[in-house]
Design a protein around this ligand. Structure first.
Ligand code: IPD
Ligand code: CA
Ligand code: CA
Ligand code: CA
Length: 269
């Protein structure tokens, strides 16, 4: 993908993400239809579906040869990352959306033949857009984000992870993860993977660890984080497969290296 093509797709995607956000803000106090998916706490609303439909319809009518990988069923069934693929989470943090009416984001990652070209994470209620184009740095609204610090101390790091890491689980021995939480300066849980990636890119948290995410949760985030010198891998340090669910570790490379070597590798089942 050349720069002109990337710029053109970026400006379309940005326009649509702002429009989708505006629609959500206008309807934020309307009564919600809330359904559940895999379990009673796996929520989905009419707003998740209508936002995805809005984005998918615009993409399909403007870019007839692009593909869509998305959460709520308006995308394509893909078995490869060939071509231009929009990876979309219409509302990331649906539980926050339902319970808090804030702390959720629209996430769009755009890949060309498997290479991340564009990342957009829109914190809808705060009206803050995190964005990146490959090779051109990352931005919070119009402000360029600095590269992540190279000299950060492990004991001063803030790690974002949810509580499943600290309960008995099938991937890691929770004792090591409890040690990690004690060894670093602090831990946080925000309830929106996309925002957690954005906060890593902003440098306000140093690592984000998750036992299981889908491509639409991390696609945009990994593009944005890579533009500030951060890394995104599985919790074993391997490359992510953009077509399936996976564990994810992302953040400052120095902190990530230590977390994987000194905690996760020892904890791994
Ligand atoms: C979820 C959120 C949450 C993460 C879950 C995701 P959704 O996305 O990002 O923080 O822990 O794994 O599924 O369902 O609200 O789009
Ligand atoms: Ca969901
Ligand atoms: Ca999500
Ligand atoms: Ca979602």
């Amino acid at each position: 993908m050349n720069k002109a093509q990337r710029d053109m797709i970026f400006s379309q995607a940005t326009k649509w993400i702002y429009e989708a956000g505006e629609q959500i803000r206008q309807q934020i106090h309307n009564p919600l239809t809330i359904d559940t998916k895999s379990n009673a706490n796996d929520l989905v609303t009419e707003m998740d579906r209508s936002t995805e439909a809005f984005l998918a319809n615009n993409i399909k009518s403007t870019f007839t040869d692009h593909f869509i990988l998305s959460e709520e069923g308006y995308g394509d069934q893909l078995d490869s990352m060939n071509g231009i693929v929009w990876i979309i989470d219409p509302i990331d943090g649906t539980m926050n959306f339902v319970h808090q009416k804030r702390n959720f984001a629209i996430s769009i990652g755009i890949f060309n033949n498997g290479i991340g070209e564009i990342g957009l994470i829109y914190n809808v209620m705060e009206d803050v857009l995190y964005s990146a184009k490959r090779g051109e740095g990352a931005y919070k609204n119009n402000k360029k984000l600095p590269q992540l610090h190279r000299d950060i101390l492990f004991e001063e790091a803030i790690v974002s992870m949810n509580h499943f890491w600290l309960c008995e689980n099938r991937l890691v021995d929770e004792k090591w993860m409890q040690k990690l939480v004690k060894d670093v300066r602090g831990s946080r849980t925000y309830g929106s993977a996309a925002l957690e990636f954005a906060f890593v890119a902003e440098g306000i948290i140093d690592s984000y660890l998750t036992l299981s995410l889908s491509p639409w949760d991390y696609a945009a985030g990994m593009v944005i984080i890579s533009e500030v010198g951060g890394v995104t891998t599985t919790i074993d340090g391997d490359t992510l497969d953009m077509l399936s669910k996976t564990s994810v570790a992302s953040g400052n490379p120095l902190i990530q290296e230590k977390i994987i070597a000194n905690y996760i590798k020892k904890a791994r089942k």
